[in-house]
Design a protein around this ligand. Structure first.
Ligand SMILES: O=C(O)CCC(=O)C(=O)O
Ligand SMILES: [Fe+2]
Length: 342
């Protein structure tokens, strides 16, 4: 297995090696011409320190964003910008380690607390993605590579802060579903909730139209908080078209993930998104997924089944099994969720 960083740095590389070249389908390449201005923006500070009126107005906007987009940009979230920037530099430092150093952290199994590698699952793929990754379980137990120096301490703080933001958002999302504020927190056992960090490294690519950073997929947890180094490449699917999303500086891109789609019985749908690559600049992204505890069986909330739809739309499944199925079937749109749809 060769890291894509190494491939991209080969002197005189002018074309994509065939094992990274996809046949582009015209349908899939279409990107919406609409300005991205319509993507909802949620002001987190109104949730935590707004007046009761501002808070309830915001919860309504949040519910609308979850329903219409499954996605929003989060501003004024209280995580220091310096910490976010330091994390991106920590990730850069990690991928700049030697191959030998990185190999120490290669995991074998989907439930290994630390793993790094290239593409998504090279043992199954015929064509590889233009992406190196580091994936770490950071809660309920904090694991982390011990290199580069200081990165683990920084990450510990970042994980705790983003977990706090996610919990506050999940409280508001519970309310937007007309459930009591701590509903999701309690039924998902968030005190033992699995939080995972994904660091993605996409080096420049000589033919970005042939390669793919990450294929269309939805995230597996409840809610993901994404940041990046300011380089475009994140696209989400909205009304059948891909929309380019550029982050507002110092904001999070927040997406609804599969367990929240199940819990809400499909009222809030997990969003399909992907990462495209570019010719000039390395793109780094940092994704924090916040999920239930591993042994939690996730079901549609009975309160929501009674209130709206007649029948549960998904079979219950433990989060652990869900992760294992996803790993063995690969990143395939929303295929993993489709398997448990009733
Ligand atoms: O690189 C990105 O912006 C998105 C990454 C992503 O979707 C993921 O790691 O799940
Ligand atoms: Fe994702």
């Amino acid at each position: 297995m060769t890291y894509i960083k190494k491939v991209a740095e080969l002197p005189g590389l002018t074309s994509v090696p065939s094992c990274y070249a996809f046949t582009p389908s015209p349908n899939d390449q279409a990107v919406s011409e609409d300005p991205e201005d319509s993507i909802p923006i949620i002001d987190f500070s109104l949730l935590t320190s707004g007046t009761p009126d501002q808070r309830s107005q915001l919860i309504q906007e949040l519910g609308q964003a979850c329903q219409d987009w499954g996605f929003f940009k989060l501003i004024n979230h209280g995580v220091p910008e310096s910490l976010m920037e330091a994390m991106i530099e920590g990730i850069r430092g990690f991928f700049n380690l030697t191959d030998k150093e990185k190999r120490e952290f290669e995991g074998k199994n989907v439930l290994d607390p630390i793993s790094c590698g290239t593409s998504v699952n090279t043992s199954m793929e015929k064509v590889f993605y233009w992406r190196d990754y580091l994936k770490v379980f950071v809660h309920p137990e904090f694991h982390f590579p011990n290199k580069p120096a200081g990165f683990s301490e920084l990450s510990s703080e970042y994980c705790e802060r983003t977990r706090g933001v996610a919990r506050e958002l999940l409280k508001a999302i519970s309310e937007s579903l007309e459930l009591e504020p701590f509903y999701i927190e309690k039924v998902m056992n968030l005190d033992k909730g699995l939080q995972m960090l994904y660091a993605n490294f996409y080096p420049p690519c000589p033919q970005p139209e042939l390669a793919m950073g990450l294929p269309p997929h939805s995230d597996h947890g409840l809610l993901s908080l994404v940041t990046h180094n300011g380089i475009g490449g994140f696209q989400l699917k909205h009304n059948g078209m891909w929309v380019n999303v550029n982050a507002i500086p110092n904001s999070f891109l927040v997406n609804i993930a599969d367990q929240l789609e199940i819990l809400s019985n499909g009222k809030y749908k997990s969003i399909l998104h992907r990462a495209v690559v570019n010719k000039k600049i390395t793109r780094i992204s940092l994704v924090m997924t916040n999920g239930p505890s591993l042994n939690k069986i996730v079901n549609p909330a009975p309160e929501l089944v009674k209130n709206g739809v007649d029948q549960p739309a998904y079979h219950g499944i433990t989060y652990k099994e869900y992760l294992q199925c996803r790993q063995s079937s690969g990143l395939d749109g929303k295929g993993n969720l489709d398997r448990i749809r009733i």
